[in-house]
Ligand binder design. Structure first.
Ligand code: ADP
Ligand code: GLC
Length: 475
């Protein structure tokens, strides 16, 4: 089977979050399963083509939009999958992928719309003949629309994966003209959304199947609480909506081989894990290796439950625990965390994006906290468990599907239900009780979570099954 897999970020080439991890690992795994996978991504200025051995090839793609021509040069890398990078510096030669900390780039509709048109032109001119075109999130959600409505490729099936419904690609209605879509697509059953253009909605309507990244989130997004205005549309198309749990790449996330951590370890010598905590605490200048180290890693966005941490910071500073927070994102949160740097002797903060440091934290932490307001899937919790770090999380979305509370039979984590400071702090207290009062159980659980299976194989085989169903059943 031939798959075009398009994403605005693919690890290791460009990453702002889990979308990149999943795009990189799933495309690779599908190829390892014998599918012919063509990955597509914009070539951002930030992609290091030398490091990744990405080479220019002799193809140019021209896209004409609204009286203007965009020429894309094509770069290529052959790995398990074959990746094509489309280069247009006017659109993608910028410092960030989507926008500066002050806000999104104003021409994101044209940037990603032109990219989608370019992918389609490439497919046609190079005779890629895909069986499936797999799009991810709003940035590539135009692909199912173009495939079905503009190129009339009704034999090519399309899959749209929603990694996060909170981001939909909503633009003023003249995006219809800027993207050459035609006003016949501007109605309630297509791209129109409260008199604006909604690219994700277009993808949902025109794709052969919609997937999202955990079974619980698939249910949640059909409700007003989590649906961000699209719950009605998702409900309407519920027969083609699937929740497929993400996995993580065990070659990328492996405490036995991870080059960025202080001391490698695995389940058979997991006692060595604690050496990572000692070295990390020493490096960041925090005392108290006997106390539990609770880490947070993630985007500073409302989604991640940062408000609970902000509101509880004084209480956290009085706990018999050390905390380490790594993240960046919304300016208000960045400013807050900058302002508490060095203020509390048990709380270390790093505002920024730092993969090597994140790895040291996964390895050195006793607990990872994820108090998310909503969480489509979440990868941090799976990575943490792979590194023997127990998870404290709010019971929502993919967190609910991957973490089982210790009060349940065979439970191995700590969950809390309500998005409130009180419940959050109670969950922190439960982790301290486990750590101090039941060290044997704590150690047993550390080992146990390392052996849970969050590998990609389940995820990849479910996608293959879905592709096959679409292809052979003529959906
Ligand atoms: P999301 O995609 O919503 O941000 P996920 O849990 O799916 O959340 O994935 C987050 C990914 O990004 C993980 O691989 C995590 O380690 C990484 N990450 C997030 N913030 C940072 C940061 N500040 N520094 C390093 N890695 C980060
Ligand atoms: C999104 C979600 C996150 C998910 C990731 C990969 O960024 O916020 O929960 O794990 O996509 O699917």
């Amino acid at each position: 089977m031939r798959i075009v897999f398009a994403s605005s970020e693919i690890y290791p080439f460009a990453k702002t979050g889990g979308l990149a991890d999943v795009s990189g690992s799933l495309s690779k795994k599908l190829a390892q399963h014998g599918l012919k996978v063509f990955g597509f991504m914009p070539l951002y200025k930030t992609v290091d083509i030398n490091k990744h051995d990405i080479k220019k090839i002799d193809i140019n793609i021209t896209v004409n939009l609204y009286g203007k021509s965009y020429i894309f040069e094509v770069y290529k890398k052959v790995d398990n999958a074959t990746y094509f990078f489309l280069k247009n510096d006017e659109l993608f030669g910028r410092d960030y992928l989507y926008g500066t900390p002050e806000g999104d780039y104003l021409d994101n509709d044209v940037r990603f719309g032109a990219f989608c048109w370019a992918v389609m032109e490439f497919i046609m001119s190079e005779n890629l003949n895909p069986d499936i075109i797999h799009a991810n999130d709003w940035q590539t959600a135009l692909l199912p629309v173009l495939t079905y409505y503009k190129y009339n490729l009704h034999n090519v099936k399309t899959v749209l994966t929603i990694h996060n419904l909170a981001y939909q690609g909503i633009f003023d209605k003249f995006a219809i003209e800027r993207l050459n879509l035609g006003w016949d697509l501007f109605h309630m059953e297509a791209l129109e959304f409260y008199d604006k253009v909604n690219l994700l909605k277009g993808g949902i309507v025109f794709s052969s199947a919609v997937t999202t990244v955990s079974p619980t989130y698939a249910k949640e997004i059909t409700t007003p609480e989590y649906g961000y205005g699209l719950d009605g549309v998702l409900k309407k198309y519920i027969v083609k909506l699937y929740g497929i749990l993400n996995g993580i790449d065990y070659e990328v996330w492996n405490p036995e081989t991870d080059k960025d951590i202080y001391v490698n370890y695995c389940v058979f010598n997991y006692e060595r894990k604690v050496l990572n905590k000692k070295r990390l605490l020493r490096d960041i200048g925090i005392e108290g290796e006997d106390k539990p180290l609770i880490v947070f890693i993630g985007r500073f966005a409302k989604q991640k439950g940062i408000d609970l941490i902000v509101e509880s910071i004084e209480e956290l500073s009085r706990k018999e625990a050390n905390f380490m927070i790594l993240g960046s994102g919304d300016k208000g949160y960045n400013d807050f965390f900058e302002s508490v740097k060095g203020k509390y002797k048990n709380i270390f903060v790093e505002v920024g994006y730092d993969e090597p440091l994140s790895r040291k934290m996964y390895a050195g932490g006793d607990f990872l906290v994820m108090p998310s307001l909503f969480e489509p899937c979440g990868l941090n919790q799976m990575i943490a468990m792979r590194y023997g770090t127990l998870v404290i999380a709010r019971a929502t979305g993919g967190l609910k599907d991957t973490v089982k509370d210790i009060s349940e039979e065979n439970g191995y984590g700590i969950l809390f239900e309500n998005f409130s400071k009180e419940d959050f702090l109670k969950a922190i207290d439960r982790s301290l009780t486990l750590y101090y009062d039941n060290p044997n159980l704590f150690k047993k659980l550390q080992k146990e979570v390392m052996t849970l299976d969050f590998s990609l194989d389940n995820q990849a085989s479910k996608y293959i099954k879905l592709y096959e169903t679409l292809k052979y059943m003529g959906v």
